[in-house]
Design a protein around this ligand. Sequence first.
Ligand SMILES: Nc1ncnc2c1ncn2[C@@H]1O[C@H](COP(=O)(O)OP(=O)(O)O)[C@@H](O)[C@H]1O
Ligand SMILES: [Mg+2]
Length: 378
Amino acid sequence: MKLNKKDILNALESITVPGEGQNMVESGAVKNVVVFGDEVVVEITIKNPSLQAKKRTEVDILKTIHEQVYEKAKITVNVKVDAPEKSKPNVIKGKAVPGIKNIVAVASGKGGVGKSTVTANLAVSLAKMGFKVGVLDADIYGPSIPIMFDVVAEKPLAVTIEGKSKMKPIENYGVKVLSIGFFTQPNQAVVWRGPMAAKALNQMIFDAHWGELDFLLLDLPPGTGDIHLSIMQSLPITGAVIVSTPQNVALADARKGVAMFQQESINVPVIGLIENMAYFTPAELPDNKYFIFGKEGAKNLALDLHVPFLGEIPLVQSIREAGDFGRPAALQTGTPLEKAFEKLTQNVVQEVVKRNDDLPPTEAIKITTMAGCAAVKK
Ligand SMILES: Nc1ncnc2c1ncn2[C@@H]1O[C@H](COP(=O)(O)OP(=O)(O)O)[C@@H](O)[C@H]1O
Ligand SMILES: [Mg+2]
């Protein structure tokens, strides 16, 4: 059978481009149609860069021409992707930051549950395992990472990298640190709007000289508001871990935190839940556990929400002291606390690896240093 271009174009008019509302001929997506005998070549440009969108477009075109024009037509579809330049935000969500393999947000619905403490200890544990680690303290309400890393008095210097001036993170305990606290006056109230906070964080990521990092941990402000939306939408976050105590008020907020990350406009994978202050243990009676905030609340919430449970950290005076002193407890070699943080950290790494295997990458490079974890543990 002899095909003609007009029939093919008519058929293509019945296909709408996902998310664009117009048919693919009208929208200009069809760049060219070439017909010879029973062969058809369709050249098409779509805006959606995902593999699924590409595949779906191909399948739709094949099916439509076969059904509406000629069932034996030999069809070649060439799909090109042309993401729109203008509508790009500062950063395309999902675009990787050069050199940074994974950005892990540490969040909590409620303040004071130990989010910063967990972030600081995860960071030093990761560094001890041989990973390259940075911490970005994004807690605009109460940046406490400088205290926990004993770098309060430091000010990041500018360095020139490839002709551009960049902020150099402060380093301690093998962890590179930048904090929103370095740029605000300690006793001055700063009223942040979401886009402002997102812009400041973007600068601390893209205009900073982090170098190569396996993990950048992001200590988020508590809550689930407009600030979080702005941050999440403008940064390519690999996944989020959520910290909660076992107490009901904290759990209710943690549940909101999980829902926030999972909502469609944010869609950041939840790597798992961490139970902090799981029980109190007095130094002189290390085998005694007092479940003062309730028992296994975060663990049960993880089960209920079908997200991984990453582990528990007890309420121990020396964790608080270490935080205030500026030397995270996970650095205390040979202690049960060091072990507890190490186990938690391994679970986090494992879940990030799984996430990168299962889901479309925020950044394609996978962590290959799990063997490194085991080696460092010896
Ligand atoms: N597991 C823990 N054991 C003892 N004290 C803790 C523990 N976790 C956090 N703290 C203390 O509780 C307070 C609040 O913790 P912080 O990490 O600042 O919480 P957030 O960042 O969620 O507001 C800090 O004084 C910290 O030292
Ligand atoms: Mg904090």
